[in-house]
Design a protein around this ligand. Structure first.
Ligand SMILES: Cc1cc2nc3c(=O)[nH]c(=O)nc-3n(C[C@H](O)[C@H](O)[C@H](O)COP(=O)(O)OP(=O)(O)OC[C@H]3O[C@@H](n4cnc5c(N)ncnc54)[C@H](O)[C@@H]3O)c2cc1C
Length: 403
């Protein structure tokens, strides 16, 4: 990584060195933009991410997929098991990637391994990096100035990839809309004696889904949604007790279970920013929207923000437009509106139907899943739309070069 010259003004400063920020900075540099990354090196991240096809394309363009893929587990089958005792129960549904001509629906990876691959790509690309947090922001008219502890970074445009509690979003005066679900998610990673056959399984229980997703070797990640009172009990379990409970709840599908060190609980809620750009700042990934970890949408949507942004900036440069000017910011907001709004609605509906004990919603879900098992075209549509929305996906997400 290169030293930063604080007297020079850059075209673009990307703030936040998580998976979104590293990817954005790599793609922008690859397109020839004078780019600097600003933010501390990523610390240990207990999350895992199921990367769908569009994200794999984006990581490929960023030069990180070859390294990441060695640690990613393919998801070739997605199984949904109704483990409720409701009146209207959905039949078991299994989706096979082969049915829509894909090798895998996506690839599950620990965020730590993903970050390692991105860090290696950043090194190889000689990415310019100020490894300090931004502590102040000044909109200086024709540029934006970012204060760090050790100095100042100037750019035409700031790309805020500084996560759900984005400092940059607040500095740009952008508010958020938030909502909560009554459940919490307990997450952990575990080893198991049986093979996972590259299948993820979602058990629907009365208090929420219990989902196991394959990781590399004989390991899987778990997202276990529960009411807060049950979660308090889960947190009292020691490793052996927790392993046996996971074995029982996963119907011993994976053999003997041994939990690893990583475990944590997250309140389930969502957040979307009221707008995606202001004051020479654009929001990408969790700085702009955060979803519960159900439905594998969070970072995948974030990678589409980044792919869309790169496309708009390349077009702006061709036209000679100011990269952080009003026209460019409006183009970004317009281009991302439909995708973010439709995903927010879809994820919210999915969560409400999964998390609700209300009979009409569960009946509708039962009927919907039933229809999906029977009706070939509907089933294929659901599978495709879950992977990458066909309408208006950015070129880099579709694996296409920029014009
Ligand atoms: C249990 C769990 C499972 C999930 N599963 C999936 C999944 O299957 N599929 C999916 O797509 N998504 C999933 N997600 C969501 C996904 O993990 C997140 O969307 C993604 O990690 C967010 O990446 P990010 O780079 O936007 O933010 P972050 O990873 O939060 O990175 C933000 C970075 O900004 C830095 N930063 C913060 N403040 C400043 C500052 N002032 N100056 C400079 N830098 C700053 C931080 O240090 C950090 O490095 C899951 C989430 C959870 C919790």
């Amino acid at each position: 990584m290169h030293e930063h010259d604080s007297d020079r003004s850059h075209e673009i400063a990307v703030v936040g060195a998580g998976p979104a920020g590293l990817t954005a900075a790599l793609l922008l540099k690859a397109q020839g933009f004078d780019t600097v990354l600003v933010g501390p090196r990523p610390g240990a991240d207990p999350r895992t991410t199921a990367l769908l096809t569009g994200s794999v394309n984006v990581l490929g363009a960023a030069g990180a997929w070859d390294r990441a893929s060695a640690h990613a587990a393919p998801m070739r089958t997605m199984r949904i098991v109704d483990a409720t005792r409701r009146l209207v129960r959905a039949p078991e549904v299994a989706f096979e990637a082969g049915e829509i001509g894909l090798e895998a629906f996506g690839f599950n990876i620990e965020n730590d391994r993903l970050n390692e691959a991105l860090l290696a790509a950043a090194d190889a690309a000689g990415l310019e990096w100020v490894a300090e947090p931004v502590v102040g922001v000044v909109d200086a008219g024709d540029r934006i100035e970012l204060e760090t502890e050790g100095g100042r970074v100037r750019a035409r445009l700031a790309v805020a990839a500084d996560g759900a509690r984005s400092f940059m979003r607040e500095a740009a005066g952008i508010g958020v809309r938030t909502w909560d679900y009554p459940q919490h998610a307990f997450v952990t990673i575990f080893g198991h004696t049986g093979p996972h056959h590259d299948a993820s399984t979602e058990f629907h229980t009365p208090s929420g889904p219990f989902t196991v997703v394959p990781l590399e070797a004989r390991r899987s990640s778990l997202v276990w949604v529960e009411k807060p009172e049950n979660l308090a009990w889960i947190e009292t379990l020691n490793d052996g007790e927790l392993s046996r409970e996971i074995e029982r709840r996963s119907h011993r599908l994976l053999g003997k279970v041994t939990v690893e060190k990583v475990r944590g609980a997250i309140p389930l809620g969502g957040m979307v920013a009221r707008k995606l750009a202001a004051h020479r700042t654009v929001l990408v990934a969790e700085a702009g929207h955060r979803f519960p970890p159900i439905g594998a949408q969070g970072l995948n949507l974030g990678f589409r923000d980044i792919a869309g942004l790169v496309e708009i900036l390349v077009a702006a440069r061709r036209k000679g437009d100011d990269l952080g000017g009003a026209a460019t910011l409006s183009a970004y907001k317009r281009s991302r509106k439909a995708d973010i709004e439709s995903r927010t609605l879809a994820v919210d509906l999915l969560n409400r139907s999964l998390l609700s004990e209300f009979l009409p919603a569960s009946a509708a879900r039962g009927l919907g899943l039933y229809a999906a098992t029977r009706v070939g075209p509907l089933r294929r549509f659901m599978m495709r739309e879950g992977l990458t929305p066909s309408l208006g996906a950015p070129r880099l997400s579709r694996g296409l070069p920029l014009g």
